[in-house]
Design a protein around this ligand. Structure first.
Ligand SMILES: [Zn+2]
Length: 193
């Protein structure tokens, strides 16, 4: 299993033996064999002094940071990582069944895995709302965020329960939010079903 080791535990200007490093990360159970394998096959630079390996703090830091970064999977907007089959795929038929606010105040889309069909939540940033509406068929949008393709994602604003004041509108030249248009679009999607 992949473990993320914190690069901040070593001093830049010190060298460490493998035993030193394993002590520093003993709470995560870093094993001397692991470090030796990194030196041998993983490109971690070490100094061999009379048969003993030393690793410079600065080198260790860079190595861990790169290693941690390489393991981070950044999903593209159209991708999901399925909680069931673990495959990175796209939502089935490009449909978001329901779009709503997530507990963390971002957005959550109710999607089905394009590979196995398993229904799950995929989380998005609030600023991705317009892009989501452009890229997917959103069957039910309960965010109350207004979709307007002419505004940038940052300019999306609330409608519905909250009353808009003049200062909250993007600017005076743009037309006010057109609820009728949005409702019409949603109805069209429903007609397609
Ligand atoms: Zn799946």
């Amino acid at each position: 299993m992949y473990k993320k080791y914190d690069a901040g535990r070593v001093c830049l200007y010190r060298s460490y033996t493998i035993a030193d490093l394993c002590r520093l990360y003993s709470n995560q159970g870093l094993h001397p064999q692991t470090v030796r394998a990194w030196v041998k096959h993983g490109g971690l630079q070490a100094i061999n002094a009379k048969g003993k390996l030393y690793i410079y703090g600065a080198i260790w830091k860079v190595y861990l940071k790169q290693r941690n970064k390489a393991k981070e999977i950044k999903l593209k907007l159209h991708q999901i990582k399925c909680l069931s089959c673990k495959v990175i795929t796209e939502p089935l038929d490009s449909i978001i069944h329901k779009l709503d606010f997530s507990p963390s105040c971002g957005l959550q889309g109710d999607v089905a895995c394009g590979h196995c069909g398993y229904r799950q939540h995929r989380y998005y940033k609030k600023s991705e709302h317009s892009k989501l509406k452009e890229s997917f068929t959103v069957l039910l949008d309960e965010t109350g965020l207004l979709y307007d393709s002419s505004t940038t994602p940052n300019k999306t604003h609330l409608m519905g329960g909250k009353k808009l004041t003049t200062s909250e509108l993007p600017d005076n030249t743009s037309t006010p939010p057109n609820n009728a248009n949005m409702l019409a679009t949603q109805t069209n999607f429903l007609d397609l079903l």
